[in-house]
Design a protein. Sequence first.
Length: 335
Amino acid sequence: MGISALTPPTASEDIVETVVEFPDNRLLIDLCGEFDRNLAQIEHQMGVHVLRRGNRLAVIGDKASRDQAAAVLRSLYARLESGRTLSAGDIDGALRMGRAPAEVGEQQIELFSTGVELRTRKKPIEPRTEAQKAYVQNLFQNELGFGIGPAGTGKTYLAVAVGVTMFISGAVEKIILSRPAVEAGERLGFLPGDMKEKVDPYMQPLYDALNDFLPAKQVQKLMEEKRIEIAPLAFMRGRTLSNAFVVLDEAQNATTMQMKMFLTRLGEGSRMVITGDRTQIDLPRGVASGLQEAEKILKGVKGVSFNYFNSKDVVRHPLVARIIEAYEANEASAG
């Protein structure tokens, strides 16, 4: 990579700076961003000052923040050296990781500066927090994985990305996406149209994720060939899902019986992912959530992994994380 870091001696550790040198000025321009906006993002989130001096960046701050910021700058430069672009989301991911990536021995996973990368037909997908990175690794390593946490933490999005990656590589023959057709606190009444038109509004988040990873025409063709299926949970009864990557989204709204039914659909050569948020249960009062029951029953079962997310893993608008934190604090004080 041709990058060197120098820490000039100084009398006071509090005002010492770390100087990071970047040999390619064109890549350095991309690293800094238009009007140095990338540097401003790093300064704001890490509490440091970054000064440009020719082909060097001087990072000023306390030692811990300084070292962390320097590591982030190096990792982002390595990303640019590999021919990749740099967006605000990529920088946010690097800042959340806060360090260079560790080694991962997975065939379908490729490492870059911010961690694990998933290859899809439309764009590469990278986990942006350590929890997301561990989640993706577990989905490759286990036949059954649970992703539990609040909205906006990438549970379903990353699960579908892993499914597409495995489908493209030939590890599975089909992708099956499902969720309970439960209304979120509203009564929508009778919907017009055939069965597909009636259930599509419930399945839309799964369509959105899928269309982010595959061209629309390819999605349509694969759905016509039944190599991609998007269906309500109730449609899974009686099936054996073999050589498939299966995702159950919004699993907190599955009943105990539905959850058991779904889990026992797992066939040879398949992987299954269950995602949900225990704070957003829309089942009728007194009906137990199948997600909570499965969490208790399956803990410690070989081949089953559990990954948990919190407000720090929210990758939507920063305000979403603060909203979740406020609700969590209110529930804690009420309890």
